[in-house]
Design a protein around this ligand. Sequence first.
Ligand SMILES: *Cc1c(COP(=O)(O)O)cnc(C)c1O
Length: 340
Amino acid sequence: MLKPLFGTTTQPVILTSSGTGAMEAVVVNLTDPGDHVMVIVAGKFGERWKKINQVYGNQVTSVDVSLGRAPTIDQIKDAFRICPKPRAFFFQAHETSTGVWMNVREIAALVRALAPDTLIVADAISAMGAHAIDMDVNALDAVTAGSQKGFGVAPGLAFVALSDRAWKSRTPRARFYFDLEKERIGQELGRTAWTPGVSLIQSLHAALRQISDIGVNRFIEHHGRLARACRAAVKELGLELFVEQRAVSNVLTAIKVPEVLDGTRILATAKSRYGAIISGGQDELKGKIIRFSHLGFVSPFMLIEGLAALEFALADAGHHFPLGCGVTAAMTELRSAGRQ
Ligand SMILES: *Cc1c(COP(=O)(O)O)cnc(C)c1O
């Protein structure tokens, strides 16, 4: 039931770990110490690919992208001039720290054309369910996902799918808990190598049944609709998107906090006075952006509730706008989308 979300016919492996475990599993199964790898670093999760690779002794060429942007074709081409044949290319389908969706199809096709032997690895941990990953069509070699994002399940499970050629080109590097071949053989027989998170797997089953009843494409389109409604609200509230137009995501909407306002305080007010938990930015983006999530079984009604709380908190902070205008714009967008 996971396969359609990955867009693959190969069998994803289920790991009992948080999403980062799946990232580490890919690195330790597909690379050897000293390997050259390329990493897109467009935020915290790109940094994580870089750190994991460095910890395991790989030589990393990073493509550093400004926050709020997706890598351009030229940036990737330039990096391949410095490092023409990396063992693997790592990126995020969706960089959660900035709300940037990367065009997986375009990036995968480019890397394939520039370096046919390079393994292409996409972290789809937050993208899965909200965007089409199309692993097989895009010829991705490894894709990671996790239970607590689009599946709406508690944290604690991670998923990895490998292409046939990735399975065949596993490296001899030492590894133990995250030996994917051991898991694959066991899971084909309905077993796991280590004690599985049974309760989580049962919740996952329930979530996957719901997604499969809705249909994967409709589930993704539902996220698209919520995201369009959220962006309509942002515009009407006189705020700007943090992310460049071509990279806006269905996962969350990243909003710039006007310089005269304190983003951290707005979100604290949304929580304490209005009961809505809305994320801000991390590190250098702290107080500067709002990350409004619409992932993980969010209904149109929940979106409206969250937007109303955000409006109250913005008004309390002294931002001027006709109260309710964002909610109205979102409702209008949801209604027109619903009738199509
Ligand atoms: C959440 C997330 C992860 C994994 O984080 P964990 O805390 O280990 O589950 C990795 N990449 C992205 C893009 C994420 O959103």
